[in-house]
Design a protein around this ligand. Structure first.
Ligand SMILES: [Zn+2]
Length: 151
């Protein structure tokens, strides 16, 4: 057991080689929430978002999530979701540590495979669905405002 640097409570420290927790779970949670509250805020206008780490496409998804997990909508942490754009592969650059691409041409099949890969990446980047990640922007849902105001 070690003492939390913040609140003084004793807690079971989980240690690893590179990282030692100096504050208890509650204090860490509190700190993360404070960081979240410090993010810039955007009004909700249909953006995709994450609520407590779960991807939501719309408000209906959000309420469904709250209901399913029995969570208070006003206490959810909501951040903007941003689609990850995958980079295209520069095959010469990718393989330059293995072959001297300036002096000899790469095998045709390798070049073709890279072109196919890049076609897939291009299509993916242009498509609507994809891989999303949460970014450091808070989304303010209108439904949340209404709930808070009606109290
Ligand atoms: Zn603590």
């Amino acid at each position: 057991m070690i003492k939390c640097e913040k609140c003084g409570k004793e807690f079971e420290a989980k240690t690893s080689h590179s990282f030692r927790m100096e504050t208890c779970f509650e204090c860490q949670k509190k700190k993360l929430h404070e960081m979240y509250l410090a993010y810039p805020v955007e009004e909700y206008t249909g953006q995709l978002f994450f609520a407590n780490g779960e991807f939501c496409q719309n408000i209906e998804d959000f309420y469904e999530l709250c209901k399913r997990k029995n969570l208070n909508p006003d206490e959810m942490e909501i951040v903007k979701a941003q689609k990850v754009e995958f980079p295209e592969l520069d095959i010469d650059d990718f393989l330059c540590d293995y072959v001297n691409t300036e002096e000899s041409d790469l095998p045709e099949v390798i070049i073709e495979a890279a072109e196919k890969f890049n076609d897939v990446v291009k299509k993916y980047n242009q498509s609507e669905h994809g891989y999303y990640e949460g970014i450091s922007i808070r989304i303010k849902l209108p439904a949340q405002n209404a709930k808070t105001e009606s109290r």
